[in-house]
Every structure is written in C-alpha cells, then in structure tokens.
Design a protein around this ligand. Structure first.
Ligand code: PLP
Ligand code: COI
Length: 338
C-alpha cells in the first residue's frame, strides 16, 4: 500500500481507485457501473444544478481489531436517502441497489480502509442527483445515484477533545416546514455563511436554534446536539433537524447504560443546567463541547475544559468499541463485509 499517514488524515476528499454509478431512466434503474473517473458528465440543464435536486448520505466503514470490515447501520442510511428522495421528488434508490453499490465501492477500494487503532475510517458518500434537464421548476425525469469513498480522520481537528461552538441567532439552516429533516444540499448551502463566520471567530462549529421562535436548540452544524444531566440523555425534538443515526445509537447505548432519555424541545437557557454536552454524527462521532458562546450576547456556557466528561467518554468508547468490533454488537448494527 502506498504511504498514507493514517493517523493524521483530515476529514476531506481523498482520491481512491473506483466509484460506482447507476442511472434511472424511463422509470427504472439500470445496472450498477464501476468507474475510475472522479468526474461526472452532466446535462447543462440538470435539475441538481439549478433547483437543488440533490440528496446525500454519510456512512463509515471500520477495520476491526479482528481484521474484519464493518459498516455501521447502513440500512438506516438507505432508508433516510429514500425519505430525502421522497421529500424533493426524486427517484428512490431501492435498498438492494444501495447495498450492491455500497459493498462494491468498499470492496473495490479495500486498500484504503484505515488499519485498526489509527482513529481513521473509510467514509462512504452516497449521492443522488436529478440529472435530467428542466428549465421550469419541476422534478427531473432522469436521476443518477453514485457512491464514492475515502479514508478520513476526525471531522473536528480536535478529535475526542472538547470543541467550542458558536450559538447563532441571525441565521437559520432550515425553515420550520421546509427540508431540515432530510439530507439535501440546500440545507448545507444555507449553513455555509454562519459556519464560515464561526470558524473565523475561532469556533469549530455553530449551534442553530429553531427557525420559528429562535428559542430552542436545533443542531450543531453537521451534527445533532445532546446534553447530559441527572443521569439523563437529553436531545432536541425538532422538525428541522436531521434524524441522526449516531444520535439514535447513542440513545440506545445510554439506555443500555441505565440512563433516562428525553427527546423534547430544549430551550437555550437550559444549557446552564447541563453537566456535559456534545455534538454527534457520523463524521463528528461524538465531539464533546467545551464551551458554547452566544454570538449576539457573548454569554458563555461552559461544559468541559480540556477533557470530555465521564458520560460522554463512556458513550464514545462504547460506540467506537461496537463499530470496531471490540465490544459485542448486541443490537446487530454492523454489517461485516467479507
Ligand atoms: N445533522 C446534520 C445536519 C448532518 O449533516 C448530520 C450528518 O449526517 C447529522 C446531523 C448526523 O447524522 P448521522 O449521525 O446520521 O450521521
Ligand atoms: C456526516 O456526518 O456524514 C455528514 O454528512 C456530515 C457532513 C460532512 C455534512
């Protein structure tokens, strides 16, 4: 294998050998194709380019301590991509096609799966785009589904160390009855400007509030939010956040640890009362939150100094342990690829 500094990979694009593609035309999916090109040839009037008909997913593949290749909860990503497709009127990718594309893309690029113990993993990025032409605002009549993969390190350069987050009140990522609950490109476009400001101000990410009342916590950039107090795992219930598969898994792990769970609106003032707080997602895994600073008022909520709290640490170690085949996978979350 060529020299890859596995332990120092950023979360970014990494060229591998193959990607897979499939086309939907005349009402049906064609055969999966394997490509060595990093480019796609698109119609100038493709709806993904004009009207945001685009959805994507993110999954991780791990090389276990036992050498086996594990994919974490892929069926959940396949389902969520169908919900996203439905939400913006795109052709849905059947679960069997998603599975074939995923396993093919992983196996063809097996040499890019980071070794166990490096902290890195293989990130899998499925995407679905409207590829057929329209000029009026209408769904395309042709679609393209692709998966590319690449080895990645932690999303936040801090790794499993507390990150500081900027709470924003002057930007929303998604409208109350809009597309915040599905994984479509437009939501991310809306997050670029506040995320850039947060970075310039020295923060790892932003914390969005609900767009209707600006009162409740929504999510932390590309990750869900959770708070811990009184042996309880608390996470926002909101129509405008992405239902995170990592969060759903942490809810189960917290239950298994004997904790109580609350999924409900979380008012900003409640931040004062949390013993620990974190951001969770496929890319972020768990990023413990050190401080949250209100961009407008300057108010600081502090949770951790240079080390994550005990509950976040236990949640993190359990999740990673399951993903890497070190702890029992009692809920059957992993797919082992032979
Ligand atoms: N919220 C947003 C906006 C995201 O982009 C992601 C990443 O996929 C998440 C939350 C976390 O979701 P998951 O745990 O399924 O990766
Ligand atoms: C993920 O966690 O997979 C994400 O999609 C986050 C981000 C890179 C958009």
């Amino acid at each position: 294998m060529e020299n890859i500094d596995w332990g120092n990979l950023p979360f970014g694009y990494f060229k591998t050998d193959y990607n897979v593609r499939c086309y939907w035309k005349n009402g049906e999916w064609g055969k999966l194709e394997i490509s060595t090109s990093e480019y796609v040839n698109l119609h100038i009037a493709a709806t993904c380019l004009h009207y945001g008909q685009e959805a994507f997913e993110g999954m991780k593949v791990f090389r276990g301590k036992d050498g086996k290749i594990r994919v974490f909860r892929w069926e959940e990503n396949a389902k969520r991509m169908q919900t996203s497709a439905d939400g913006i009127m795109m052709a849905k990718v059947p679960e069997e096609l998603f599975f074939e594309a995923l396993t093919t893309a992983v196996k063809k690029n097996e040499k890019y799966i980071p070794p166990y113990g490096t902290g890195a993993s293989l990130y899998v990025r499925p995407l679905l785009i409207g590829s057929g032409p329209q000029v009026g605002v209408k769904p395309a009549e042709e679609y393209m589904f692709m998966i590319f993969v690449g080895p990645v390190g932690p999303y936040f350069k801090e790794g499993f160390k507390p990150v500081n987050i900027q709470l924003v009140r002057d930007y929303d990522r998604a409208a109350p009855q809009g597309t915040g609950h599905i994984k479509v490109g437009g939501n991310y476009a809306a997050s670029l400007r506040p995320a850039d400001r947060a970075k310039k101000d020295g923060f790892a990410s932003v914390l969005f509030l609900d767009a209707k009342e600006n009162k409740y916590i929504d999510e932390a950039g590309p990750a869900n939010f959770f708070g811990i107090k009184d042996n309880t795992y608390i996470t926002p219930k909101s129509q405008t956040i992405l239902p995170s598969i990592t969060n759903k898994s942490l809810v189960q792990i917290a239950k298994d640890m004997g904790m109580k769970i609350e999924r409900r609106p979380v008012p900003v003032e409640e931040l004062e009362t949390f013993e620990e707080a974190g951001a969770c997602g496929t890319a972020a895994i768990i990023s413990p939150i050190g401080k949250i600073v209100d961009q407008q008022t300057g108010k600081v909520y502090e949770f951790a100094k240079d080390k994550a709290g005990p509950v976040s640490t236990k949640l993190y170690e359990t999740l990673r342990g399951i993903q890497e085949g070190v702890l029992p996978d009692k809920h059957n979350w992993n797919l082992i690829i032979e």
